[in-house]
Design a protein around this ligand. Structure first.
Ligand code: AMP
Length: 444
C-alpha cells in the first residue's frame, strides 16, 4: 500500500495546535479592528508576475522559492509567498482608493508558500497575519502600524520583545546607496557566490543578506544605508524611534537591517522575542513603508505601510513559554451517564449547557466510569457531571470538580445555574433561563 504523508515542509495542525493558531489569529484580528482595520481576503494564487514585480526578481523568494505552475489555460500562476502584493493588487483591481477615504486599512491572514529548506520555524507552507495601511502621508501611520504590531504581541502575552528599526531611505537615497554598494563589491565580484553576482546587477541590496559565509562576512563591512539617508529619512526614523521610546517601548536602531523583499523604503522594522534563556527563535515578524509599490503595480501614486507576523513562530514561542493554556479552551464540562433514563437527563443538560455557551461533551457509549473519567481528564474538562440510577431516582446530579477532585450532590433543577455561576459566563440577573428565573423569584 502506498504511504501518504503531508508534503515536505507542510504540517497538519491538530487540536491544541490548531486551537492555538486560531487563538493567535483571533487576538490579532481583534486588536487590528480596534485600530480601525478591516479584513480583506485575496486568492491563494495570483499571476506569478505580480510577485516578480513587487517582491523583486533579485530576491531569494522570487529567484528560488516560489511555487510556480501553469494552469490548464496556460497561465503562469504562483502560490502567494507573502500577503502585501495581493492586498495592493486588490486595492488597485477594485479601485478601493477611489471610493474610500484614505488611508485604506486592511488586515489579512492565511497560508503562504515558499520553497525553503524546512527546519524549526521555517516551513514551505506557513501562516502569516498582516496589516496594510495604504494611502498614508504622515509618519504617524508608520508609528500606528508598529504600535499595532506590538499591541498584538502584548495581547498574546509576549513580555520581552526586541523591536529593531532602520530606514531604507527614499528612492534617491536608495539609488545612491546601491551605487555605493556596487563600488564596494566591485573588487570582490570574482570571490562572491554566483547568486550574488546576479544580485549585483539586479539589486545589490540583496547581497547584504546572503547566507554564504564568505559573502556574509563581506556584508558586515559593507557601507551602511544610514550614511546615504536624506534629512527627511533621518527625521522620520528619529521621530518613530523617539515616539516608541517615549511610550516605554525599547528599540534597537540597527543600521544593517534590510529585510528580504524589494518593495520597502523609508522606515522598516522587525520584531523578535527575547527569552530569559537567550534562545534565538528568529524574527517573528516585520514590515515597513513602501513608497512605489502601488504605482509600480499600476495604481495611483500612493504610499503604504504594513507588517506581517509568522504564526508558526509565534505559536512555537507561546507554547514553549506555556502562555497558551487558557487559549486552548479545553472542554469545560463532561457528562457521564449510566442507564437510559440517565442518558435522557444528561442529554437535555448537554443541550442547555451548550445553549448557554458552555463547551460541553457527553459520553454516549456505555463504558466503565473509570475509563470515562480518563477521557474527561484527557480532554482537559474542568467539571464532570455524573448521572446514574441513584441520581435519576433522587433527582440530583453528582458534580465533580476535576481539578480538586471534590465531589458534591446538586439538585437536577439547580445544576445549570451552579455551573454557569462557576464559569463566570453568566450574569444571573440578566439571564432568562428557568433556573435563574426561579432564583430571582425567590430573591424578590
Ligand atoms: P517576511 O514576509 O519575509 O517579511 O516574513 C515575515 C515573517 O513571516 C517572518 O518574520 C517569519 O516570522 C515568518 N516567516 C517567513 N518565512 C517563513 C517560513 N518559511 N516559515 C515560517 N515562517 C516564516
Amino acid at each position: 500500500m502506498q504511504n501518504f504523508n503531508a508534503p515536505k515542509g507542510t504540517q497538519d495542525l491538530i487540536r491544541d495546535e490548531a486551537r492555538g493558531f486560531e487563538h493567535i489569529i483571533s487576538v490579532a484580528r481583534l486588536v487590528s479592528s480596534l485600530y480601525g482595520f478591516d479584513p480583506l481576503k485575496t486568492p491563494i494564487f495570483e499571476n506569478a508576475s505580480l510577485f516578480e514585480r513587487s517582491v523583486g526578481d533579485a530576491t531569494d523568494i522570487v529567484q528560488k522559492e516560489m511555487y510556480i505552475f501553469k494552469d490548464k489555460g496556460n497561465r503562469t500562476l504562483a502560490l502567494r509567498p507573502e500577503g502585501t502584493a495581493s492586498i495592493v493588487r486588490s486595492v488597485i483591481t477594485n479601485k478601493l482608493y477611489a471610493t474610500n477615504d484614505l488611508p485604506l486599512r486592511f488586515y489579512y491572514d492565511g497560508t503562504m508558500y515558499r520553497y525553503e529548506r524546512p527546519q524549526l520555524g521555517r516551513y514551505r507552507e506557513f501562516r502569516q497575519f498582516g496589516v496594510e495601511s495604504i494611502g498614508v502621508t504622515s509618519i504617524y501611520h508608520d508609528l500606528e502600524v508598529i504600535l499595532l504590531a506590538i499591541h498584538i504581541l502584548q495581547a498574546l502575552g509576549f513580555e520581552q520583545i526586541e523591536t529593531k528599526i532602520n530606514s531604507l531611505g527614499d528612492r534617491t537615497a536608495r539609488e545612491r546607496y546601491k551605487e555605493a554598494l556596487k563600488e564596494y563589491y566591485k573588487p570582490h565580484l570574482n570571490a562572491v557566490c554566483a547568486d550574488c553576482r546576479v544580485r549585483y546587477e539586479k539589486n545589490p541590496l540583496r547581497m547584504l543578506d546572503c547566507k554564504v559565509p564568505h559573502d556574509a562576512l563581506l556584508a558586515q563591512k559593507a557601507p551602511h544605508i544610514s550614511d546615504y539617508l536624506t534629512k527627511q529619512d533621518e527625521d522620520d526614523l528619529l521621530f518613530v524611534n523617539e515616539a516608541l521610546n517615549s511610550l516605554g517601548i525599547p528599540t534597537n536602531v540597527d543600521t544593517t537591517l534590510v529585510r528580504g523583499l524589494d518593495y520597502y523604503s523609508g522606515v522598516i522594522f522587525e520584531f523578535s522575542y527575547l527569552p530569559p534563556s537567550k534562545k534565538d527563535y528568529g524574527a517573528i515578524g516585520g514590515g515597513g513603508r513602501y513608497d512605489k509599490l502601488v504605482s509600480e503595480l499600476g495604481g495611483p501614486d500612493l504610499v503604504g505601510v504594513g507588517f506581517a507576523f509568522g504564526i508558526e513562530r509565534i505559536y512555537h514561542i507561546l507554547n514553549e513559554e506555556k502562555k497558551l493554556t487558557e487559549a486552548v479552551f479545553p472542554d469545560d464540562v463532561f457528562i457521564i451517564t449510566k442507564g437510559e433514563d440517565a442518558k435522557n437527563d444528561g442529554f437535555s443538560l448537554l443541550t442547555s449547557l451548550r445553549t448557554h455557551q458552555v463547551r460541553t461533551v457527553m459520553a454516549f457509549e456505555d463504558k466503565s466510569f473509570k475509563s470515562l473519567f480518563k477521557i474527561a481528564e484527557s480532554r482537559g474538562a474542568k467539571y464532570a457531571l455524573i448521572i446514574g440510577e441513584e441520581e435519576v431516582k433522587n433527582e440530583y446530579v453528582t458534580f465533580r470538580d476535576l481539578t480538586t477532585f471534590s465531589q458534591e450532590k446538586v439538585a437536577y433543577s439547580k445544576i445549570l445555574g451552579h455551573i454557569l455561576n462557576l464559569i463566570h459566563k453568566h450574569d444571573h440577573h440578566e439571564c432568562s433561563c428557568e433556573d435563574c428565573h426561579n432564583d430571582k423569584d425567590k430573591e424578590e
